[in-house]
Design a protein around this ligand. Structure first.
Ligand SMILES: [Zn+2]
Length: 257
């Protein structure tokens, strides 16, 4: 989930991590934040807009990625025409939401002319446009591009570790295995606030994938999934109120059982 600590409202983001799945998940979190129709806090991950973003159907999220050649292989670069097309499309108002989000996958593969073509729109975008540039490393982008974006670096974290934790937690919760859940939370009581935030975010992501039928968990019902999602909301609220990470994990342990 989007943690308040690192998230600022901006019109352009760079999400840098060599872990493609992880950075694209973060990109979708941000897209949900801007396109969410929820009344309370954004992103709710439950409203039709959030669900459509996660399912890849939202009309106001536009995917910009490398094209394929005749043989179906991805081209080496995102080409300048694609960025010019994106820039002119950005002047067409969103069709459904208040915002329009451009998700540039592998932004580091924009060649130099493509990056230069992106500068103007990144500098002075229409007020409703948001650009999310996903890349292995921010270094693969020109300094002039970087200076126009808010950077969210996911590097340096243990890749995939949190999602393993989330999987383990959901599996135990589905089995209602009280003893193992206690052991699980005991083992991870020393996680810091940021890691707990990531853990909650990963749990939410897995549960939403389950609800949208993209993932399966034995013994987990939809009611379970919604109940666990509401626990994630509470955990996020507590984290936002600066309740210590250890207490939040303790609460999750007690409430899950
Ligand atoms: Zn929502």
């Amino acid at each position: 989930m989007i943690s308040d600590k690192q998230f600022v409202d901006s019109h352009a983001y760079i999400i840098a991590s060599p872990d493609v799945e992880r950075r694209e998940k973060k990109a979708l979190d941000i897209a949900c934040y801007f396109l969410c129709e929820g009344q309370a806090k954004r992103p709710c991950m439950e409203c039709p807009a959030c669900r459509n973003v996660l399912a890849g159907f939202h009309p106001d999220i536009i995917d910009v990625s490398r094209k394929s050649d005749d043989k179906g292989n991805k081209k080496r670069d995102i080409q300048v025409e694609q960025i010019r097309h994106m820039a002119s499309d950005a002047y067409v108002r969103p069709s459904q939401a208040d915002k329009k989000v451009y998700l540039i996958r592998d932004a580091g593969t924009m060649n130099i002319s493509a990056q230069n073509a992106a500068l103007k729109i990144l500098e002075e975008p229409p007020e409703y446009a948001v650009f999310i540039l996903c890349t292995d490393s921010a270094e693969s982008l020109l300094a002039t591009v970087r200076s126009r974006c808010t950077a969210i670096l996911l590097t340096g974290e243990k890749l995939g570790n949190e999602s393993e934790l989330a999987e383990e937690y959901i599996t135990l919760a589905a089995k209602r295995d009280e003893a193992k859940l206690c052991t699980f939370f005991g083992k991870h009581e020393a996680l810091d606030t940021e890691r707990v935030g990531e853990f909650v975010s990963d749990v939410r992501f897995c549960l939403n994938s389950f609800i949208s039928l993209k993932k399966k968990y034995n013994n987990l019902t939809r009611e379970d999934a919604f109940r666990l999602l509401s626990l994630c909301d509470r955990a996020d609220d507590y984290l936002r109120l600066n309740v210590s990470a250890k207490h939040v994990m303790g609460l999750l342990c007690v409430l899950t059982i």
